[in-house]
Design a protein around this ligand. Structure first.
Ligand code: UD1
Ligand code: UDP
Length: 380
């Protein structure tokens, strides 16, 4: 009998990184994947489902405008209770560090179903940065039965925390997704609006710990740098959270050469990233994607759980203070050597085969081997 694998996700980044895994499970004999979306995000999730042509078997439709962590968590737990009451599963897969992932794992534990954690072991060891993601992933790590760590460093964190069994170093499935998106056509009209001879800067910013003053400080920095440099254009797809929309619009609307857009679908986002000169972001996923395209990233955070990119030279944490962000941007814009040092294509986060490694490891776990996972490791 096929192993029934419940794949739970709810936000944009989880959907992008679970999509290749869903496809891999669908293609592998012995597994029946069942996709349960919580829709913690609505429009941003639907964009991804459409892009990757994934049909959800269950849609809990949880998003409420301006939802709090309390209400979202409570709603998700009740929603997941129904899911587990209806049908039995052999395994539940959750991804990363969102509220959906944490509550999905908690609910699976209550139902006594084994849990596989995709993108396991990322840590800053600062419980408020990122908030609440750092604790979400630690808690999931505590209850998970299989840990799919994207890098050796992530696996080392788990070992240090005494998780000694069923840790697999697989690479990040986000890099698998890029193989697909960059092969799809780039049709977004923005490409015709932007001048060909300008240097494009891609920016995103949404983290909770950056709301308020940190975000405003960054906006002041980018506004001044764009004014100073007539040959640059900033593209900023703005997160739909009403608090962020207002902050961005108050600070940056109507500025010359600053293009505020709705969230881009992931195909367009990756093509724009590929065409960009540099990236400014506090996003997790973008920190992983940009290095594989050789794009320098100024990380708008004091610390990152993706230090592999800092070591590889493509990420630099500039934080959120106005002078530091301005200095980081000026250096990359005007110092060719500094730019060249960061603009190296490096792929510390994966090689595009993470999903295949994860599915092989699951096969081994259930003893329905599709090839040994002992040679499943990435990044030797
Ligand atoms: C969530 C994750 C964060 C992840 C981010 C990716 C948690 C605690 N946070 O944060 O780890 O980095 O997603 O984007 O799980 N909204 C819409 N439409 C959408 C999506 C969001 O209108 O498609 C608005 C809604 O008003 C919603 C609000 O954004 O209430 C916040 O969404 P939520 O998922 O709670 O938090 P994020 O900041 O998106
Ligand atoms: N992304 C996208 N459209 C956008 C902004 C980001 O498709 O307008 C993609 C991005 O390429 C990456 C993922 O969304 O794959 C990252 O999601 P996000 O920044 O929302 O969350 P995080 O990774 O910080 O949890």
């Amino acid at each position: 009998m096929d192993k029934k694998v419940l794949v739970v996700f709810g936000t944009r980044p989880e959907a992008i990184k679970m999509a290749p895994l869903v496809k891999e499970l669908e293609q592998t004999p012995g597994f029946t994947p069942v996709v349960c979306v919580t829709a913690q995000h609505r429009e941003m999730l639907d964009q991804v489902l459409e892009c990757f042509d994934i049909r959800a078997d269950m849609d809990l439709n949880m998003m409420k405008e301006g939802q709090s962590l309390y209400s979202l968590s409570a709603d998700l737990l009740r929603g997941m209770e129904e899911v587990f009451r209806k049908d039995p599963y052999d395994l539940v897969l959750v991804h990363g560090d969102t509220t959906t992932a944490f509550i999905g794992a908690l609910a699976a534990y209550y139902a006594k179903v084994p849990i596989g954690h995709v993108e396991a072991g990322l840590r800053t060891y600062d419980k408020y940065a990122p908030f609440p993601e750092e604790m979400n992933r630690e808690w999931i790590g505590r209850v998970a039965d299989m840990h799919f760590a994207p890098t050796k460093l992530a696996a080392a964190h788990l070992l240090k925390e005494n998780r000694t069994r069923h840790i697999y170093v697989t690479g990040n499935t986000g890099i698998d997704a890029m193989k697909w998106t960059l092969n799809a056509p780039f049709t977004h009209p923005l490409q015709h609006k932007l001048r060909k001879e300008t240097r494009w800067i891609l920016m995103t910013m949404h983290r909770r710990e950056n709301w308020g003053e940190p975000m405003n400080n960054v906006f002041q920095a980018v506004k001044r740098i764009v004014q100073e440099n007539p040959d640059i254009e900033l593209i900023y797809p703005v997160h739909p959270n009403p608090a962020i929309q207002k902050a961005v619009s108050d600070a940056l609307a109507g500025q010359d050469r600053i293009h505020l857009t709705a969230p881009l679908d992931v195909v367009d986002l990756h093509h724009i990233m590929k065409r960009s000169y540099m990236v400014l972001t506090d996003s997790g996923g973008i920190q992983e994607e940009a290095p594989s395209l050789g794009k320098p990233v100024l990380v708008l955070r004091e610390k990152t759980e993706r230090p592999e990119g800092v070591t590889a030279g493509t990420l630099k944490c500039v934080g959120t203070r106005t002078p530091n962000v301005m200095e980081g941007m000026r250096k990359l814009l005007h110092d060719r050597k500094a730019y060249a040092a960061m603009a190296q294509a490096a792929n510390p986060f994966g090689d595009g085969h993470a999903s295949a490694r994860i599915v092989r490891a699951i096969g081994d776990y259930f003893d329905i081997g599709h090839g040994s996972s002992s040679n499943a490791s990435w990044g030797s």
